[in-house]
Design a protein around this ligand. Structure first.
Ligand SMILES: C[S@@+](CC[C@H](N)C(=O)[O-])C[C@H]1O[C@@H](n2cnc3c(N)ncnc32)[C@H](O)[C@@H]1O
Length: 272
């Protein structure tokens, strides 16, 4: 299949991911990083997936990606179910259970905490200010680079010592070790971290995509976004030295992604 856009780091295909994913090179992809369409939330903008079949839809595209993954690859999915008539929809729960029952390991649940979530939703409820990042793999021992998003810390661990800076810990003398701490299992970024003027209804901040991929890939690795939208994951991958493959079924959004990729990030309209 001819790409819609390509450069040295990024290839974008116009099509449905269920069709394109199985055609990618076997055992070549180190991570899937994506924000898929939600169930029936954006009717009229792009195809919503019916809630009743969301689990099967997700299993189909994940299984389509399976052969293209390296043996230690991760799949990171940014999603949160909506509340309907006062109750959480169950389609994300059902999807997780179906994937687990279909030979996918669910490794953990990570979070994107939105530091400036807009005041949407039911005004009698708390402001919804986080989204899930579901973490799946075909193995329970995937590649993880826990310090890639870490910060310098004065206490990443301790070793026994009776030297001058030691202190009494659990019945022995010990010295705290300095170094880069492992990342927390959540990230916090403002929803305002999106560049201005991107004509797509569900753009996520490229900082979130960068955080996701840094946990499970290193520079030079290949990241796939099967629901590329305006190309955020692809921009984030290129910015952080990864290679990326995107798939997007809407030609209009392919056009936006290609423009973003060929012109670079134009306008940073928010604060971290
Ligand atoms: C939540 S949006 C992704 C937004 C993206 N993260 C961004 O920052 O621009 C989901 C995208 O998936 C696309 N899409 C929906 N079903 C698809 C399918 N079966 N294959 C490929 N793309 C699909 C939609 O057109 C939409 O652009």
């Amino acid at each position: 299949m001819d790409p819609y856009y390509s450069d040295d780091h990024v290839t974008l295909y116009h099509g449905r991911c269920e069709d394109v994913l199985p055609t990618l090179a076997p055992s070549s992809v180190h991570a899937v990083v994506t924000s898929p369409p939600y169930a029936e939330q954006r009717a009229g903008l792009y195809d919503g997936i019916p809630e009743a079949t969301y689990d099967e839809f997700t299993l189909a595209w994940m299984n389509g990606a399976r052969t293209t993954l390296t043996p230690t690859a991760s799949v990171l999915i940014n999603i949160r179910e909506h509340v309907a008539d006062g109750v959480m929809s169950d389609y994300v729960h059902r999807t997780r259970m179906l994937l687990r029952a279909s030979n996918w390991y669910e490794l953990d649940e990570l979070l994107w905490v939105k530091t400036s979530a807009p005041p949407l939703g039911d005004p009698r409820r708390m402001r919804r200010s986080w989204e899930r990042i579901l973490w799946f793999s075909t193995t329970n021992r995937p590649a993880v680079y826990a310090t890639n998003n870490g910060r310098e810390s004065a206490s990443i661990g301790m070793h026994a010592s009776s030297g001058p800076s030691s202190s009494w810990v659990n019945g022995t003398t010990a010295v705290l070790e300095q170094g880069i701490a492992r990342s927390a299992d959540y990230c916090s970024f403002s929803t305002r971290c999106v560049e201005n003027g991107i004509d797509h209804p569900a753009v996520y901040p490229r900082q979130v995509a960068r955080w996701m991929m840094a946990n499970v890939t290193v520079e030079g690795d290949i990241v796939v976004d099967p629901f590329a939208g305006s190309g955020t994951t692809l921009v984030a991958a290129r910015e952080s030295g990864r290679k990326a493959i995107g798939i997007e079924m809407s030609e209009r959004y392919c056009e936006i992604a290609a423009k973003r990729l060929s012109q670079g990030v134009l306008d940073f309209g928010g604060t971290l």
